[in-house]
Design a protein around this ligand. Structure first.
Ligand code: ZN
Ligand code: ZN
Length: 417
């Protein structure tokens, strides 16, 4: 029986778990019910389980048959979004204002599936596997918290390679994996600007310092900055999503506040952007005799697939599921992801798995939409891929280490002859 066959046999359990999780979505770093469901689902498996201190994470270590061997990490995030579900699914969220609109319920169930598949083969594994059940992906930097609490050393040795999957409710047909080497998802940051002027009567603006036109000038100048100061082949996105000033049409307000989300695909570009954007806003304010308090706050780094690890992942998909099941991604995505924190420290790869319901991926509601639906028939293949990646990577790493040791043993002997 292949891993894929074994995974297919788990399908009813994985779908049931996913639907149970879907009904109890929890947001942020504290997901007590989700954590409980994961612990129950892992109960009885030969795993060393620990839970987070500052967040409701679950870290499970599977010991292979060879002590001291390589270590592979598999990750699934578990948190939901502050969205009220409108899909009409019979297993819809039972909590108004919370929904698994990004498919993390599938990630959690898929990782449980991988844990079950690999547990059944533990004795044959030439190393250990760390299962990273992570809260707080959606803006809470849960991955960083888990790294701070030691997930990358959970096996007692550093992790050698790491993999994760993200499902999508649109764009990609159900069951198709898609990814690319190098930058896969953007780095994100936030820019918050407060333009401080002096309030007054709307009829006598010369007796006030009006922050509104100055803030408006900043919003357009930021767009000019994006096109004039950054290489078009190293893209930057700046979107002002919030702008607030004033209370009534005939009152010049004391201040105007706006916030932008910022995306970039290289660390150097993000650093330059933080410097330019802040200075641009401050200098525009100064030019008009006002002041701007501009704060640039980094969020997630760029998600970068190690090219070799990406090739290994794509080749594994093609071999296990067929050529047509992997489609290279032409462009990176401007979304961001805190699995980037893991990939900054450990070589590995992240891949998207289409879970579109129906056969019109281009028009299906996107992740984060209250209408987003995910086809959970993809669950067994997601679980099988994670397990395959672990088995194959542990095997090649163990073999290359043994080869290295053999050479070390051979070389001195030869030199003494
Ligand atoms: Zn999301
Ligand atoms: Zn997500």
């Amino acid at each position: 029986m292949t891993l894929r066959d074994d995974a297919a046999a788990l399908a009813p359990d994985l779908v049931a778990l996913r639907r149970r999780l879907h009904q109890i979505p929890e947001i942020g770093l504290h997901l007590p019910r989700t954590q409980q469901a994961v612990l129950e689902a892992l109960d009885g498996l030969p795993l060393e389980i620990s839970v987070g201190d500052k967040l409701s994470s679950v870290t499970a270590v599977l010991r292979g048959g060879r002590p001291g061997g390589p270590v592979v990490l598999l990750r699934g995030d578990m948190d939901a979004l502050p969205v009220t579900e409108r899909t009409g699914e019979e297993f819809s969220s039972r909590h108004e204002g919370a929904m698994h609109a990004c498919g993390h319920d599938l990630h959690t169930a898929g990782l449980v599936g991988a844990a079950r598949l690999l547990s059944a083969r533990a004795a044959d594994l030439p190393g250990d596997v760390v299962f990273m059940f992570q809260p707080g992906e959606e803006g809470y930097d849960g991955a960083r918290h888990m790294i701070d609490e030691g997930v990358l050393e959970a096996a007692g040795r550093p992790v050698d390679a790491a993999y994760g999957i993200h499902v999508t409710s649109s764009k990609t047909r159900a069951g198709v994996f898609t990814g690319r080497p190098g930058p896969l998802m953007a780095a994100s940051a936030g820019l918050t600007v407060r333009v401080v002027g002096a309030g007054g009567h709307g009829s006598t603006p010369y007796r006030a310092l009006d922050p509104v036109p100055v803030a408006c000038e900043m919003v357009t100048a930021l767009q000019a900055m994006v096109t004039r100061r950054f290489n078009v082949f190293d893209p930057v996105v700046v979107t002002v999503g919030r702008f607030h000033a004033g209370t009534r049409r005939n009152i010049i307000p004391e201040d105007a506040v706006f916030e932008a989300t910022v995306r970039a695909f290289s660390t150097g570009t993000l650093e330059r952007l933080s410097e330019y954007a802040v200075r641009l806003c401050q200098d525009i304010a100064t030019a008009h005799g006002l002041r701007a308090d501009a704060v640039f706050a980094g969020e997630y780094p760029v998600t970068v697939n190690d090219p070799d690890e990406h090739e290994f992942l794509a080749a594994t998909v093609r071999e296990v599921f067929g050529e047509e099941r992997f489609e290279p991604m032409e462009h990176p995505m401007t979304g961001s992801e805190d699995f980037s924190r893991v990939l900054e420290r450990v070589p590995g790869a992240f891949v998207f798995l289409g879970a579109t319901v129906g056969d019109d991926p281009d028009n299906a509601p996107t992740n984060h939409s209250p209408l987003a639906r995910f086809d959970d028939s993809v669950l067994p293949d997601g679980a099988a891929l994670l397990a395959e990646l672990a088995v194959r990577k542990l095997t090649t790493l163990a073999q290359s280490r043994e080869g290295g040791r053999d050479r070390e043993l051979v070389t001195p002997r030869q030199s003494s002859e």
